[in-house]
Design a protein around this ligand. Sequence first.
Ligand code: FAD
Length: 431
Amino acid sequence: MTHDDASTDGAPDADAPLRNWAGNVSFTASRLRRPTSVVELQTIVANASRIKALGSAHSFSTVADSVGELVSVADLPRVVTVDPSTSTVTVSGGLRWGELAPELHAAGYAVHTMGSLPHISVAGSIATGTHGSGDRNGCLASAVTSFEMVVPSGDVVRISLGDKDFDGSVVALGRLGIVTSVTLDVQPTYDVAQVVYDALPWDAALENLGDIMGAAMSVSLFTTWQGHGFEQVWVKQRIGDPAVDLTSTGAVPADGPRHPVPGAPVSHCTEQGGVAGPWFERVPHFRLEFTPSSGEELQTEYLVPRVHGVDALRAVASMHEQVASVLLISEIRSVARDDRWLSPAYDRDSLALHFTWIADTDRVLPVVRELERVLAPYDPRPHWGKVFTPSHVGARYPRIEQFADLVARYDPRGVLGNEFVDHCVLPGGDR
Ligand SMILES: Cc1cc2nc3c(=O)[nH]c(=O)nc-3n(C[C@H](O)[C@H](O)[C@H](O)COP(=O)(O)OP(=O)(O)OC[C@H]3O[C@@H](n4cnc5c(N)ncnc54)[C@H](O)[C@@H]3O)c2cc1C
């Protein structure tokens, strides 16, 4: 599978070579199963010795791999059921956000945030703690109120907010079961206007970081680490919220549409220029019908406590030449704390430092290692779906022992285990 598949249903073909979306992570799994009913999925899982869910394969780590088989829920019957009495929507786990969003909007509803791209599956993005930006916006998983999954015994289990296992099982890296449907909090639909500024000076950005990141529902800073600040600031403002004007920082309103990656086609990006439109056509950076980001790339991201945000940015700046030598673009976002045990924003308001790298693992990995060294004082938690150097990362999560207990209880035979989760996340792993 390659990024040319961006406009298909989002899951790789059963017979295609098993790789991630960018084509640069090869899976060891022998094949991909695509059941068309929950009963068929239950049979597959109950009979498997090793199996793991694959979403839309947009991760750059091996979090989704399995030494046995992979299974996609993309062909299960499609469900989108809004319940106005609870302000929730129940959706199939294999649906992509870009497919769900217009339907939700047409019904008069919206979700609180989206990632930068609408191409990813609901269950797969929730499983890794995928997030957008916004001081008050938790990750996508923070909207979950309940979900159903097929557990290794083959049984269907529903877990809801308030159940003792809930907080530990929403962001679970596919380690507890195959999620078939998810119920999400929704709110009345809203419009957003997106404005891009150029040339936010470094000193002004650091002096006013809190005010800038909190100026609108979603703010992203982009930098190549080559100039004297942030080349672009993307401000997504809810219509009805107080007006935002960042010009006092020295930033200049862009004179036309921008793509975050220098030289990439602006037509791939959502509408800018302050034109109001539905939330799902402004909150993601990229349009569903086009390749998001660059396509030929690797990605890395660390979430640090927001209070350490300025120091963490200074730490990256201390190695800016090294970073810039393998970088396409960096994005800085804000993420609100949440209660999901394995969410990188668990229990701490966070600043997310993202790096879109050139697609050259040999050149990128040494830079990632050095980044991890300079960021270490700030307790960074890597994005589970992006490139990092695994080393007992689970230890950075206060509830990791309780998560291991959940794994032992739901999956005593280790059916859903893989190298990534069992050796770099769970306690007792050897890396
Ligand atoms: C161009 C690009 C832009 C991105 N932008 C962002 C961004 O803005 N913010 C951000 O936080 N991340 C971003 N990411 C990372 C991406 O959102 C995550 O890697 C996400 O998990 C991918 O979702 P997926 O459906 O492709 O999951 P996959 O990569 O297929 O799987 C990820 C994990 O989810 C599990 N999983 C998948 N389906 C299920 C299921 N049905 N039941 C149980 N577990 C399941 C898998 O086992 C695996 O552990 C981006 C990635 C790309 C390629």
